[in-house]
Ligand binder design. Structure first.
Ligand code: SAH
Length: 264
């Protein structure tokens, strides 16, 4: 290994033949208007992962957003590039060292401009939701820290004032899947991502309701017809039906969301 700090860049920059290899690895911030995703991870090979497919993949190739992975291992200590150690006070597993993580965060900070929240994916964080996705999409980018093992030394979380975000009340083996979920939900809200911007306005959570059920052809499947109102051509009736279904589903499935609507 000749380069102590390998990192990977993807998107329009990676496709430009004029930049030198070193620039490819550090992702010089000359992508005008691109929303910047940075991910600190022990597994850079997991990115862009599913974000390289479909709408987010095309947007990455078109330069609407950029992706830079910071390899935590490159900041590890000693010949074996150790990144973790045993928990103080005992107990199972390993904890990511604060000095190693701080070095990776410093690398992430190089050349960064604008508003870029620093986020640690953590089951102890505030549950991720559509409002948070909107907040992140309104920033210039996001730096996401993926934990592994028993997680991150608390001092680095406190020292950098890192925001903790959870994907939900369950425990993953690492933050990479959570990071991709957060990035997907955020990037699709960026201008130019969804061809039909109305679909972002009408979908689940945008107005505090779950979305109404969807149907498509055939008109009848296995003895089940599409609700006739949807084929009536009466747009006012259709809108009323959809609204009623959205409210019914939200009341039945998400009393918490429903209560928040009534309260607010
Ligand atoms: N011992 C920790 C869990 C560590 S899981 C605890 O009980 O809180 C290992 C890593 O997976 C975490 O550092 C975090 O980055 C990621 N992770 C696990 N569950 C997650 C969740 N629900 N949301 C976001 N990240 C999660």
């Amino acid at each position: 290994m000749t380069d102590p700090a390998p990192s990977r860049a993807a998107g329009r920059l990676a496709a430009r033949p004029s930049v030198r290899p070193r620039d490819l690895m550090t992702d010089t911030p000359d992508l005008a208007g691109a929303w910047r995703a940075q991910v600190v991870t022990l597994f850079p090979g997991a990115f862009p992962g599913v974000l390289g497919e479909s709408l987010t993949g095309r947007a990455l190739r078109d330069g609407l957003w950029s992706l830079r992975c910071i390899d935590l291992r490159a900041h590890g200590i000693g010949r074996h590039r150790n990144v973790d150690d045993t928990p103080a006070g005992g107990g199972p597993g390993m904890v990511l060292r604060p000095d190693v993580m701080a070095a990776a965060i410093a690398e992430a900070g190089e050349g960064v401009r604008g508003r870029m929240p620093l986020v640690y994916l953590s089951p102890r964080g505030r549950p991720f939701d559509q409002a948070t996705a909107r907040r992140f999409a309104a920033c210039d980018g996001l730096t996401l820290i993926c934990g592994r093992f028993e997680g991150l030394d608390q001092r680095v979380i406190d020292g950098f004032g890192i925001e903790e975000v959870s994907l939900g009340d369950f425990v993953l083996t690492g933050g990479e899947i959570a990071a991709q979920a957060v990035l997907d939900a955020t990037i699709r809200l960026r201008p130019g991502l969804l061809g039909n911007t109305a679909s972002a306005e009408e979908e689940s959570f945008s107005d505090g309701l779950l979305e109404h059920p969807q149907f498509t052809k055939p008109a009848e499947w296995e003895g089940r017809p599409i609700p006739p109102v949807l084929l009536s051509g009466n747009h006012a009736e259709i809108a009323r039906w959809r609204r009623a279904e959205a409210e019914r589903l939200t009341r039945e499935r998400r009393p918490d969301l429903w209560a928040r609507r009534e309260g607010g």
